[in-house]
Design a protein around this ligand. Sequence first.
Ligand SMILES: *Cc1c(COP(=O)(O)O)cnc(C)c1O
Length: 376
Amino acid sequence: MTERIREFLRRRREDGPCLVVDLDIVRENYQTFAHALPDTRVFYAVKANPAPEVLSLLASLGSCFDTASVAEIEMALAAGATPDRVSFGNTIKKERDIARAYALGVRMFAVDCKAEVEKVARVAPGARVYCRFLYDCAGAEWPLSRKFGCDTGMAVDVLEHAHRLGLEAYGVSFHVGSQQRNVRSWDRALKSAGQIFRECAERGIALSMVNMGGGFPTKYLKKVPVVENYGRAIFRALCKHFGNAIPETIIEPGRGMVGNAGVIEAEVVLVSTKSAQDELRWVYLDIGKFGGLAETMDEAIRYPIRTPRDGDAVSDCVLAGPTCDSADVMYEKNPYPLPVSLEIGDKLLIEGTGAYTSTYSAVAFNGFAPLKTYHI
Ligand SMILES: *Cc1c(COP(=O)(O)O)cnc(C)c1O
């Protein structure tokens, strides 16, 4: 929460939940990443928050952009990034979208199998490709599945295939899992990266880049290490696995760039219990899983919540959204302590909501408007 957000919310008169993002915090976050890893280029993961205000601020600070679709590429270009600062980082692309990206000037593509390499070779001749390898995301609060990446042995074959088809086998990428609280997670991934570099070198292919992905956390309820600690651990791992031939490196922070810059204001619509004997309160808000809090799925992300009655005695509550979908319950397995004095009409502040909220919000499920957002 910042003074600017507090002041903005004090003056706001419209009804409905909203997200307010303080761009000064985004600026600070960018500078913190740039200082913590001075030799690493920052590719902001656009999906975390693609608001034009966020993208143009980051473009003006010198950021590059990791995109997953032609629409995201166009947004990054419209924000002032030149195409050499944009990577098409989705490993799952239609061939005609690769062609459109190429026509827009993009020359850097992620792949994780030979079929994807062949698409790139056909419509983006000479482009740079990097191969994503699988990494188990132990320690991440929002782990990634096996959806992206191939094993390290296959990565070597994929890169060799790219080389044979006239593409530039540029390097490798991985993602240690989102909201990764263990700074040492990059070490094992960089060990695999080093191994792929050596095996490619044995086949006469000189890779030059390691894309170390995102995963940098936002502070929710638990403590997280500061970015400087990640920077140091990553640099140590690079030295350990690459010696004095440290490659060009990239990071792709999403959550860590914008998460702590945003606050959602929501309203208590109803407080009730399920029986006269049951003391567990159900607190229904005007925002839920479909209104932007999708990352409460499986209760993975637990946001800090402030109320106007903080300081009063608390008791456990189930938190749920306003829609008629029974899946729209946020914290039930692990109830959330809120003041016993909480009342209908109270405004809650849900902190750390600058990432993965507005774009997850449904267009008008059950007649609830998409999350309103303000970037100040
Ligand atoms: C989503 C994504 C990111 C951002 O991850 P965070 O954990 O939010 O930092 C980075 N790289 C790729 C390829 C992604 O898909």
